[in-house]
Ligand binder design. Sequence first.
Ligand code: PRP
Length: 212
Amino acid sequence: MPVVALPTGRVKDACLDIIEGSGMPAKKLRNAGRNLVVDEGDYRYILGKPSDIPTLVSQGLADLALVGNDVTEESGVELVELIDTGRGRCFMAIAGTPAAAERFNGHSGTLTGLRVASKYERIARRTFESWGAHVKILHLNGSVELAPALGLVDCIFDIVQTGGTLKANGLVVLRRTAEVSLRLVANPGALQLRWESLRGAVNAVRKFVIGG
Ligand code: PRP
């Protein structure tokens, strides 16, 4: 039985649409309520917090997963990326108050010393390092838009989907840095050992993504 891990929260609906559109059973899954393990048809689905999905796959609890490339990159966990579904699109960006914009207009020297809040500490550090800018990163677990709005930091490094959260907190995109979408990923060992039982699901997602 293929085991597929799926993230709860913001991207859950986009994931369920991919599962359903690919012809995998999703009726019980859609009505999972508080159940975190759903056996349906030939599949077992595991529902986890987005940031835990890479661990569930790398530890062998799931063979496959749908997860954003923002989450896998931040986790640092080595997974095999099989398909970019192109669904659940958003982007990573540095955002702040309009007053902070002038720091982003010049060379990297103007960025050094910035205080940056993010739940993507690793990617944020790597991004600023790639520009040769030394910044202070403050890790927050969510609602990072609070931090510049209250003067705790100069800017945030976060994902932007509709831009609604930024707008509601008086923030603007200062620099767009990377594109994000849901990826079908796999445990490398499971791919090798259990490809025959996973092939149907992988091909179904590929067909849905190309055709849809
Ligand atoms: C994400 C992100 C932003 C928001 C962006 O947070 O961290 O806060 O969504 O979406 P928008 O551009 O459509 O407003 P999420 O909803 O995952 O919750 P969190 O802040 O509690 O992590």
